[in-house]
Design a protein around this ligand. Structure first.
Ligand SMILES: [Zn+2]
Length: 620
């Protein structure tokens, strides 16, 4: 995850940089076009230069305050963070419309033009021009996040009352044992969100008002404009990628549903219907790895249980191991300050936000990770993910501050995960974490099933979240239909349905963090597609032959060179240029994902041959 910045801002936060400013090629004459009344190129160049200085200072101040707060939660730290956030918000409110205007100047160099365009999209929630309405939006936004964060499901009365938070309710679902207990936990978490709905209506109206002031029809259009193509094209591109992987998802869905019918009975789950959302092992049915014990194709094969071997590793050793993957590819080590300034372990004496995140606090290669590392495979994987962010920051550190971001936001999320695709059993064996490695077909299928329950099961969820928001922000779906539309999309894309009739006041989207926190979600869909595409390209660069799922790019200098080249570009060029640098193509493509999962696809088809796959009903 990127640093958890305030909900109003989608700040490209974990960025790195030296105080270098763009080098505007200022022509001698200025203001010649005054008669045309349009902004002049000189004005725009000067503005871009000022922005780089001012925005850099504000982002550093914000990251400094946020770091202090998240590694030591106190009222003072919170107040300091709110103060700097307000300052940043005020600055953006003034300067985003300026950037929108100046970006229309004639004769601008592409890199100045691009910085101005990026500035207009530097927030995921543009504020209305009117200060009162802006304040209202900020308040609603903070309240929505707060309601989610403090959400609890309470049962019983008086002394017998028991309240459970998201973590405790999620544990009930993760165990995936008892139909009724899961149903109770699932619907219980969704009692937190109905109160958000009237606020979210206001939130949408005010956000859209802000979007219009900077030239976008609505907030959804603004979000879809961040991909170097038109908003309409971005939506079509997303659907195209989804259709590429849908056949594989349907096979996984078919098999999982059949196993769930076996477990819970055909009276509870229709053999040709939607999978009830509360039995997938996850609060949002977005990733199904908790069902692995039930779905392991060949129980008893050597699996990836490294927990025993990892148990006596300390946090630093786990991070060093992650770093050593990057350096094995000839990439730079993390700066020395990374080791002094990071928070790898939960401190005894302070409240902290344990949620893992990667930072460049001072935007001068001040890389840090904040995490409460436990010696598990999960956390070893997460460290690779976070380091992927730090390496991106590190390689684009000398760029103007607005270029210190991923080629698009899906790129930033996909770097560490790409390396994780090379954390094969053979690699874990090399690290001394696995005693025996089996390359048998059975072991391969076990590993593929686990991968698929995490990454493939996620795709339709990643696809539908922002579809819902695009439809909400555009007004295509009215508030009285919001919840029904949510379940329609859940049914259509995931083949997952609500396990019970939803109450009239239900606001189930609000029970997913990214809705009240207003974090765009398409990036995670794209990153899941891109990581396989990167993996495939880097495997080819490393000289790998043989099936894609057997490739590890560990130790490949050629792969490291390609990856560094792409990272160093940051957001300075349209993303197809960055993709071209690493993969020699300018189009996102899910073929590599399909190739990677070929063994599983064959196995699933065999399992499903006498089953009726797909689902006819949709929710709503
Ligand atoms: Zn991340």
């Amino acid at each position: 995850m990127r640093p958890a910045l305030l909900p109003l801002l989608l700040v490209i936060g974990c960025a790195g940089g030296t105080p270098e400013t763009p080098a505007p090629k200022t022509p001698a004459a200025a203001g010649k076009d005054a008669a045309s009344a349009g902004p002049s190129a000189d004005e725009a160049r000067a503005f871009a230069k000022t922005v780089d200085t001012e925005l850099r200072a504000l982002w550093v101040a914000q990251a400094t305050a946020a770091w202090a707060y998240e590694t030591d939660i106190t009222d003072e730290h919170e107040a300091a963070l709110v103060a700097v956030d307000e300052k940043l918000m005020a600055w953006l409110t003034v300067n985003i419309p300026k950037a929108a205007k100046l970006s229309k100047a004639k004769g601008l160099e592409p890199d100045i033009q691009r910085q101005l365009d990026l500035l207009t999209r530097a927030t995921s929630l543009p504020a209305p021009a009117d200060p009162d309405r802006r304040k209202k939006l900020a308040e609603i936004s903070a309240k929505l996040s707060g309601m989610y964060g403090k959400g609890k499901y309470c049962t019983g009365e008086g002394d017998a009352q028991v309240c459970r938070d998201l973590g405790e309710l999620s544990e009930v679902l993760a165990k995936a044992e008892d139909w009724d207990a899961q149903l109770d936990a699932w619907q219980g978490w969704r009692t937190v969100s109905p109160a958000m709905k009237p606020m979210y209506e206001e939130f949408v109206a005010l956000g859209n008002e802000g979007a219009k002031t900077i030239g976008y029809d609505d907030v959804g259009v603004l979000w879809r404009s961040g991909y170097d193509m038109s908003p309409v094209e971005a939506e079509a591109e997303t659907e195209r990628l989804w259709m590429q992987v849908k056949p594989l998802y349907e096979q996984l869905h078919c098999h999982v549903r059949a196993k769930l019918v076996e477990k819970y009975g055909a009276d509870k789950i229709a053999a040709d219907g939607l999978i009830p959302a509360h039995v997938t092992g996850n609060m949002w049915a977005q990733s199904w790895e908790n069902l692995y014990p039930m779905l392991e194709p060949y129980p008893g094969q050597p699996d990836l249980d490294v927990s025993k071997a990892l148990a006596d590793w300390d946090a630093k050793k786990i991070v060093r191991t992650g770093e050593s993957f990057f350096t094995s590819m000839g990439m730079d080590p993390m700066p020395a300050t990374f080791w002094d300034r990071s928070m790898f372990e939960k401190p005894e004496d302070k409240e902290v936000v344990c949620h893992a995140s990667a930072w460049d606090v001072q935007l001068n290669d001040d890389q840090r990770i904040k995490m409460c590392i436990k010696p598990t495979l999960d956390d070893l994987v997460t460290i690779h993910h976070e380091l992927g962010h730090n390496y991106y920051n590190h390689y684009y550190t000398s760029l103007p501050v607005l270029f210190q971001a991923g080629a698009h936001d899906g790129f930033h999320e996909g770097i560490g995960d790409t390396l994780v695709l090379s954390v094969t059993p053979t690699y874990l064996h090399k690290l001394g974490l696995l005693e025996e490695v089996s390359e048998s077909d059975e072991a391969v299928l076990n590993k593929q099933m686990l991968d698929a329950l995490q990454k493939l099961a996620f795709l339709p969820f990643g696809r539908m979240i922002d579809q819902w928001r695009w439809d909400v922000f555009s007004g295509k779906v009215k508030p009285d239909q919001w919840n029904a539309h949510w379940w329609k999309l859940r049914g259509q894309y995931q083949g997952v349905g609500a396990p019970m009739d939803r109450p009239a006041d239900a606001f189930d989207p609000g029970a997913k963090y990214h809705i009240p926190a207003n974090t765009p979600y398409l990036r995670y869909f794209y990153s899941h597609v891109l990581q396989f595409q990167f993996h495939d390209a880097l495997c080819k660069a490393s000289g790998h032959t043989g099936p894609l799922h057997t490739c590890s790019i560990h130790g490949s200098k050629e792969a490291g060179k390609r990856l560094s080249t792409m990272l160093a570009m940051g957001a300075s060029k349209p993303w197809p240029d960055a993709l071209d640098a690493v993969a020699g193509t300018r189009t996102m493509d899910a073929t590599a994902m399909m190739t990677y999962f070929q063994p599983l696809m064959g196995w699933l088809k065999e399992q499903n041959k006498d089953r009726q796959c797909g689902w006819t009903k949709t929710g709503g």
